[in-house]
Design a protein around this ligand. Sequence first.
Ligand SMILES: C[S@@+](CC[C@H](N)C(=O)[O-])C[C@H]1O[C@@H](n2cnc3c(N)ncnc32)[C@H](O)[C@@H]1O
Length: 209
Amino acid sequence: MVELGCGTGQLGLFLALAGRPVLGVDLSLTSLQVAEAFRRRAGIVSARLVRGNLFVPPVLPASADLVICSGVLHHTGDPEGGFQSAVRLLRPGGCILVGLYSRAGRLLLPLLRGRHQRQATDRRGLAWYADQHEHPHESRHTVGEVLGWFERAGLRYLSARPGILPGQPEGPLFQSSDPGGSLGQLAAQLSWLGRAADGGLFLMVGQKH
Ligand SMILES: C[S@@+](CC[C@H](N)C(=O)[O-])C[C@H]1O[C@@H](n2cnc3c(N)ncnc32)[C@H](O)[C@@H]1O
């Protein structure tokens, strides 16, 4: 498994705890140093952390079963270009999980800025506040847009969190489900308007043909 933009490695190292081979890639040396220190302390031997740019990833094309890229592409200048770069790492049948800021999910975020600032009283809270409100660049995305990325990259849609259709039961992440149509997707995304407090991130999973 490859995690692009692994940051301090929380997700990738958690997944590696079970002995899965994980390669974490990030631009930030400071984040990688935090991740590496944790990896050593926890004795996680199946993970490796390397510095690299997801637009020119230090990974062989068509070599990964799973690529995870969450919370990253919306901070770059070319989210779809970064997505296509990530997909090139997948072997046929491999899956990608992408996490992006939702247009609806973050619409009301500016209204919460003052409250979030007052609530940020310890280091963890301050880091969360800075991550949500003070980063230099973000783009916001819709389900339809990401389904378009999937189509152009030769991926079939598998699943999403939260669900992209109202009332659709949450099935397994890596099993095919119905993406529905644009009206249903719009209704689901409108219900995400209330999700600004948790960052308004949504996840979509696709599989390479
Ligand atoms: C908000 S953090 C998310 C970290 C992690 N994925 C998570 O969910 O906790 C975004 C990370 O993306 C990294 N990043 C941004 N652009 C990148 C690029 N072009 N190549 C690799 N990493 C990048 C940043 O250094 C940062 O660690």
